[in-house]
Design a protein around this ligand. Sequence first.
Ligand SMILES: Nc1ncnc2c1ncn2[C@@H]1O[C@H](COP(=O)(O)O)[C@@H](OP(=O)(O)O)[C@H]1O
Ligand SMILES: [Mg+2]
Ligand SMILES: [Mg+2]
Ligand SMILES: [Mg+2]
Length: 368
Amino acid sequence: MASSDYAHELHIAQLAVQRAAILTQRVQATTSKGTLSKSDHSPVTIGDFGAQALIIAALRHNFHSDQIVAEEEADDLRNNESLREKVWSYVKETKLDDRESEEKLGSGLKDVDDMLNVIDLGKSKGGRSGRVWTLDPIDGTKGFLRMGQYALALALMVDGDVKVGVLGCPNLPVDDTAPLDADIGKDQTSGGEGKGVLEAAVLGQGAFSRPLTTGALAKERKISMSKVEKVTDATFCESVEAAHSNHGDQADIAKALGITRESVRMDSQAKYASIARGAGEIYLRLPVSKTYVEKIWDHAAGDLIVREAGGMVTDVNGKRIDFGTGRTLTENKGFVAAPSQLHATILSAVQKVLGAKSDWEIVEKQTL
Ligand SMILES: Nc1ncnc2c1ncn2[C@@H]1O[C@H](COP(=O)(O)O)[C@@H](OP(=O)(O)O)[C@H]1O
Ligand SMILES: [Mg+2]
Ligand SMILES: [Mg+2]
Ligand SMILES: [Mg+2]
């Protein structure tokens, strides 16, 4: 990638994600992942806490005055000594092989308390001004637990606009040309051979991929969305979890578009990462609950990578995703990501299907 705007931020973000992925792969390969249930009943593991600590430590060292909006917080570890010590034992042992790269990430965390404090540096409010990093240390924790897909997602926003996005996907094929098929969301050996891709984008500079494991030493490849012209030839992907996106509405939309191929279900922003390199075309995430508000860390990196690869990401009203609203995406409901040449057709099918539902209030019909 060209060494210009945000080159340093990109480089550090890539190295930080790579290093944290070493930790998550080690945790995924063990049977005791230290799973806790958070107050919203969603799971968090040693992998989530450990990856958040390692990535924020690298951000603190390199970009001391930036805000950080990250998913996890340290309270559950403060109250649980044995889990805290397990996380710490992974964190202190995880280093990049390449010493020069490791040194760029800083001298590391001093002790357990430093680790807890660093995890809590992710409590910033975010918003529309200044430099804000957003981090999802493990996106798709449920996928991580079921040995499926997950992603480490890190993005930098400046004045509410995403400028840098990095997605580490330890269980996606390293080969950009591997097809998107039904097996991809199923059991994976953690970071097994031929697995692990690191995707990245800088606004205005395109999207790139490289093997997650060889990192800085590997050659980057430019990636792009599918060039398919006929929507009937498209493959779409969606969450595995029926509670996270509306499988019924998504099936109706696919039918309305004449798509006969079954959807590919996989966890995490690996969906954005897949379509960004032309493995499948469409990612639909239509709401199930009327009250759930999506989080910025679940979309920021994927949104930029898809757009830089030649795609479009909007909500169901056709609006771009607004990342300047704080920790949550209060201005957007429902997500539609697709190659630019197909997006308008897909959006109009989304609006038609949702508009026909009696309980659907969000679609503004005037945008049709
Ligand atoms: N009711 C809901 N609707 C939409 N997304 C939800 C949700 N409950 C949780 N999520 C989010 O869905 C993400 C996983 O998405 P996917 O289903 O595509 O794998 C979770 O990320 P984490 O796993 O990082 O907590 C979580 O933030
Ligand atoms: Mg979570
Ligand atoms: Mg997430
Ligand atoms: Mg997460």
